[in-house]
Design a protein around this ligand. Structure first.
Ligand code: NAP
Ligand code: MG
Length: 402
């Protein structure tokens, strides 16, 4: 069989621990036999990040700006224990944070829906994709404990020195106060990423805030979304047959529970933090969540939503068998290959991505799966495969379908 060729390389960001092991297996068994894979390789494994003082992460983000599409393996975000374990020169920042800041992107998380893994919410038939604004609000706040009676104010000092004041509260006893901010530029980027991704995936976009209570702060989010929608996206949405829908956050939550899925839900930072955990756990498994970083300039970075599965890696190192789920990492590759195919007009590559996804889902639906899925499946007598066995089973199906 002739291998599928590629025109433009994908930016490949390798990672850590168990997912690094899966990464290699996926390439060897599911990609290299069928695709003449072109990638520009960046090793974001913690050892190499340390060797390069984390320059490799910056280089990888710049390469993503150059080529447009990247695929990333899960990586360790160092904490004190990791600094010791890897003898790090410093406690490097999260690679995802560095890349997201450089690409000014929004992360979209979507569950992989498959027969046999049923969501807890029984009317959810299609995936709900969650988009979280990843800048500001309570995550960059300033807080104060107010010891006793006194006045708390917000003060804005303009460059010419003029002051504008708003009373927060006249305290007559102890309490607490908080100041937070956001930036119009960041909200605009968030809005454009959401509108672009809705068009890309032909799904409706929902956005919700608490604008009835927060008449300036949240209302600004609502207004910026609406202005950008009206001036840049309205016609494109109409042509694509999708809608942009704004509502109050309480109403959105109620509607999400009754909906059947198949839309993108854009959330402010805190709402997205909380709701993404709710949506992903209700869909079944962290190992079945994909994640894509979409920049307002049209760069894409695909990855699994889960981490490096450290516990399984230590078992692997001891020579014990592991049964680690590779589905989200496989879908990171298919997402990236499909997008690359779309941008390059490479139909064959797009079809390959579809077939690899189908082979993966068919394998699970036939009852062959990893341990984590076997524990929650509604299928009778699932066959538990080890990490490699599962990938090999997919490879067999894939080969037949090509
Ligand atoms: P994790 O790697 O997502 O794993 C947490 C637990 O979830 C695992 O121990 C495992 O449960 C289960 N799990 C997750 N993915 C699975 C899969 N593919 N197959 C089977 N089970 C899976 O999170 P963590 O242990 O909190 O973090 C480990 C490292 O990952 C940390 O260093 C963290 O910094 C990093 N991290 C990276 C990213 C990223 O790069 N995007 C995201 C999150 C975390 P059982 O052990 O019970 O089987
Ligand atoms: Mg959270």
């Amino acid at each position: 069989m002739k291998k599928i060729s590629m025109q433009t390389p994908l930016v490949e960001m390798d990672g850590d621990e168990m997912t690094r092991i899966l990464w290699k297996m996926i390439k060897e068994d599911l990609l290299l036999p069928f695709v003449d894979l072109k990638t520009e390789y960046y090793d974001l494994g913690l050892t190499h990040r340390n060797e390069t003082n984390d320059q490799v992460t910056i280089d990888a983000a710049n390469a993503t700006k150059k080529y447009g599409v990247a695929v990333k393996c899960a990586t360790i975000t160092p904490n004190a224990a990791r600094v010791k374990e890897y003898s790090l020169k410093e406690m490097y920042k999260s690679p995802n944070g560095t890349i997201r800041a450089m690409l000014d992107g929004t992360v979209f998380r979507a569950p992989i829906v498959v027969k046999g893994i049923e969501p807890c919410v029984k009317n959810w038939k299609k995936p709900i994709t969650l988009a979280r604004h990843a800048y500001g609000d309570v995550y960059k706040n300033t807080e104060m404990k107010i010891p006793g009676p006194g006045k708390v104010e917000l003060v804005y000092t303009a460059q010419d020195g003029t002051e504008t004041r708003e009373l927060v509260h006249q305290f007559d006893g102890p309490g607490i106060a908080q100041g937070m901010h956001n930036l119009n530029g960041s909200i605009e980027s968030f809005a454009r990423s959401c509108f672009n991704y809705a068009l890309d995936t032909k799904q409706d976009l929902w956005f919700a805030t608490k604008d009835t209570i927060s008449k300036k702060y949240d209302h600004t989010f609502k207004d910026i979304f609406q202005e950008i929608y009206d001036s840049e996206y309205k016609e494109k949405f109409e042509q694509a047959g999708i809608t942009y829908f704004y509502t109050l956050i309480d109403d959105a939550v109620a509607r999400v529970m009754k909906a059947e899925g198949g839309f993108i839900w854009a959330c402010k930072n805190y709402d997205g933090d909380v709701m993404s955990d709710m949506v992903s756990s209700a869909f079944g498994s962290l190992a079945m969540m994909t994640s894509v970083l979409v920049s307002p300039h049209g760069y894409y970075e695909y990855e699994a939503a889960h981490g490096t599965v450290q516990r399984h890696y230590y078992k692997y190192l001891k020579g014990e068998t592991t049964s680690t789920n590779s589905v989200a990492t496989i879908f990171a590759w298919t997402g990236a290959l499909r997008k690359r195919g779309e941008l390059d007009g490479n139909q064959e590559l797009m079809v390959f991505a579809d077939k690899l996804e189908k082979a993966t889902l068919d394998t699970i639906e036939s009852g062959q799966m990893t341990k984590d899925l076997a524990a929650i499946t509604s299928l009778k007598n699932p066959k538990v495969l080890d990490s490699e066995g599962f990938i090999k089973a997919i490879a067999q199906r894939l080969e037949k379908s090509l």
